[in-house]
Design a binder for this molecule. Structure first.
Ligand code: PEP
Length: 244
């Protein structure tokens, strides 16, 4: 089954006033509509200002959302608020939230259900630590996270999985294309529905212009979740260009 690749940028907690011209730079670096879908997930404070200067083919996403409806939850952002800002997606269960904010699979699942109810497609992140990989537990850990983080009745059309080995995030180390492909194939096999052929599974972990093409050429890698390299419009453009 053919799946349109998705290249998603995660700015994390980065971006000041100079970030506003990123969209124009990206438009200059990618003059024609790309052959993949492109998503940008800036910090929540920048979603609106950045959106006014993006090429029309870039969609917007949040980096997290609350599991709750709008109300008394200081500091949180409801999925419906992201939707109202024009977002189509939200990243959930990123390893930086799992480790830095003690988010577990149950939290991720509740947030994913809230996102879907608000009309957003969750990008659910899973991935093993270096110790888990080195002790041969990578597949078991990832399959466990997947099974426990998926929302009830998940359907492949309205959800994206990102396989992000923790040891590869922000470290400059990347899984080999073969190792990444093997995990992606396992994730697709473990998908609980009949529609796994349509599920998009992104790879994330130090994807750079020089590593993107080989990763994206793997049959079960349907795009990339890009952190550091998405801050530079030219680097992000090169990764978009590598998606076929
Ligand atoms: C990420 O933030 O999801 C990520 C993969 O970061 P980086 O590309 O910097 O490793």
């Amino acid at each position: 089954m053919s799946r349109t690749p998705l290249i998603a940028g995660n700015w994390k907690m980065n971006g000041g006033p100079d970030a506003l011209c990123w969209g124009e730079k990206l438009g200059e670096a990618v003059p024609d509509t790309p052959r993949c879908e492109v998503l940008l997930c800036p910090p929540a404070t920048l979603i609106h200002p950045v959106s006014t200067r993006l090429p029309g083919w870039v969609s917007l996403g949040g980096q997290d959302c609350s599991a709750y409806e709008p109300g008394a939850h200081t500091g949180d952002i409801a999925a419906s608020m992201l939707k109202a800002l024009g977002c189509t997606h939200v990243i959930l269960g990123h390893s930086e939230r799992r480790s830095g904010h003690q988010e577990n699979n149950e939290t991720v699942k509740a947030k994913a259900e809230a996102a879907i109810a608000a009309g957003l497609a969750p990008i659910i992140c899973v991935g093993e630590t270096l110790a888990e990989r080195e002790t041969g537990q990578a597949e078991q850990v990832v399959m466990g996270q997947l099974a426990a983080s998926l929302p009830e009745g998940a359907d492949a059309e309205h959800l994206v999985i990102a396989y992000e080995p923790v040891w590869a995030i922000g470290t400059g180390k990347t899984a080999t294309p073969d190792d990444a492909q093997a995990m992606h194939a396992q994730i697709r096999k473990a998908w609980p529905g009949e529609d796994g052929g349509g599920l998009r599974i992104l790879y994330g972990g130090s994807v750079k212009p020089d590593t993107a093409a080989e990763l994206l050429a793997q049959s079960d890698i349907d795009g990339a979740l890009v952190g550091g390299a998405s801050l530079d419009a030219d680097d992000f453009a090169a990764i978009i260009g590598a998606a076929r």
